[in-house]
Design a protein around this ligand. Structure first.
Ligand code: ARG
Length: 432
């Protein structure tokens, strides 16, 4: 009924409006087809239980849906702009094959709960895919840290040399942050993991659909209770999901930034494999960290998806609004960005070759100034303030110590001499 006259009989303005309202939504839907098919199969089952369609009709419908899935896998199920969206394209295809029966499937549902269900199923799956990649990235960082555990490195504050650190402590910090963020996924997952199916246009239906059963069949942890929650949650859940992904990418953004600097001539701490670098078309000597730079930039793009969603949902009252259609793109784009970014992160990590001599030589005496003051506290009973003053006034009195020897003096957990890599490993293994 929503379908206006299109094609040859529609007038020019109708066609232009249709092109505007459909936009690129039909292309984005191409990704969501399998999820819409899964939800449709479960809806058909619920209609059968409710006595709306017969068992035989249910069988025919599920076979029809399976055929569409096969065609989609082969790339031959295409949604056209004139279909408007995947929901209509799928129903049209069913009707083509099954006649009037194809149209029966739309009893008790609306594209409003359909799209939301498909998107949430997609999000659940993609979130797990991203997390698997993040866990792998954290593991590579731990392997890297273990390999270079005893290699000293200057630690910086304000981009100025601060205190002694180590390659393991540098990499371990990023690994721990990734582990923390993977654990935090439980929060965002609980937002995604409530089934909106059966809420129809946003207010339910008089068909006695077993929504809890639908949720269970689709693998949702819970059913969205109030039908009104469904449309209120659209974009709001997506915002938090995209913010979550953007927080993940910010970890890689900072890692990439360190790698860019530490592999520059100014530092010389890391050498990067040729494979992750590019040359210059004019300067023959150049070995540029383009991959790391684009990883850093990818985060900025991901952060912009979150602000797009934030702006999009502001001021919308309850219920469905067509504005919500535009929540799809930032979500799909964020997942694609996150998956590509963590692939790249893995390539980058395994390409870092710490330059041990340069790192040691960079550990110049001023790095030990704070520890020299600590020494006066420990051995001469001075207050720290007094010891600080003495060292500040006599920087030459800082003992020359080899950074490797100095590493051994650090014993507490999380210090350069004891970065706690075995604890990180345990946490990582508990994630998988
Ligand atoms: N493409 C639409 C969206 O993503 C599907 C729902 C259409 N519903 C409607 N009432 N026009 O929001």
């Amino acid at each position: 009924m929503w379908k206006k006259t299109t094609g040859e009989n529609s007038n020019d303005l109708t066609r232009k409006v249709e092109a505007f309202t459909v936009g690129n939504d039909y292309m984005l839907d191409q990704v969501l087809v399998p999820y819409d098919l899964a939800a449709s199969a479960v809806h058909a089952e619920a209609l059968t239980i409710a006595g709306v369609i017969s068992d035989e009709e249910y069988m025919l419908l599920t076979h029809g849906l399976e055929d569409i899935h096969e065609a989609w896998k082969k790339g031959s199920f295409k949604i056209l702009p004139e279909d408007e969206d995947m929901h209509t394209a799928i129903e049209n295809e069913l009707t083509l094959k099954l006649g009037e029966l194809g149209k029966k499937i739309h009893a008790g549902r609306s594209r409003n709960d359909q799209v939301l269900t498909a998107v949430r199923l997609y999000e659940k799956e993609k979130l797990n895919e991203v997390l698997r990649s993040v866990i792998k990235t954290a593991e590579l960082l731990i392997i890297f840290a273990e390999k270079y555990e005893k290699v000293p490195m200057p630690g910086f504050t304000h981009t100025r040399k601060a205190m002694l650190s180590s390659v393991a402590l540098w990499a371990g910090g990023y690994a721990e942050l990734l582990i923390m963020q993977v654990k935090a996924a439980d929060g965002v997952r609980s937002l995604v993991d409530r089934s909106p199916l059966g809420t129809a246009a946003g207010f339910g239906t008089t068909f006695s659909i077993n929504r809890e059963l639908e949720a269970e069949k689709l693998g949702f942890r819970q059913t969205m209770i109030c039908a009104t929650t469904a449309q209120l949650s659209r974009g709001w859940v997506e915002l938090q999901l995209v913010q979550y992904l953007s927080a993940l990418s910010s970890i890689i953004n900072r890692l990439a930034s360190d790698v860019i600097h530490y592999s520059s001539e100014a530092y010389g701490f890391f050498d990067l494999d040729e494979a992750v670098c590019t040359g210059s078309s004019i300067m023959p000597q150049k070995k540029n960290p383009d991959l790391a730079e684009l990883m850093r930039a990818r985060h900025s793009r991901m952060a912009s998806h979150a602000s797009a969603l934030q702006t999009l949902i502001a001021n919308l009252g309850s219920g469905y609004h067509r504005d919500l259609q535009l929540t799809k793109e930032p979500v799909i784009q964020s997942f694609e960005d996150a998956l590509e970014l963590f692939e790249a992160a893995k390539w980058l990590i395994v390409s870092i070759n710490p330059q041990v001599e340069k790192l040691k030589n960079a550990c110049t005496p001023e790095l030990f100034a704070a520890e020299a003051a600590n020494h006066l506290v420990k051995n001469e009973g001075k207050s720290f303030r007094e010891a600080y003053r003495i060292i500040k006034e006599n920087p030459g009195s800082i003992p020359h110590q080899s950074p490797e020897e100095m590493l051994k003096e650090y014993s507490h957990l999380g210090s350069p001499g004891n970065p706690g890599l075995s604890l990180l490993r345990v946490e990582l293994e508990n994630l998988t």
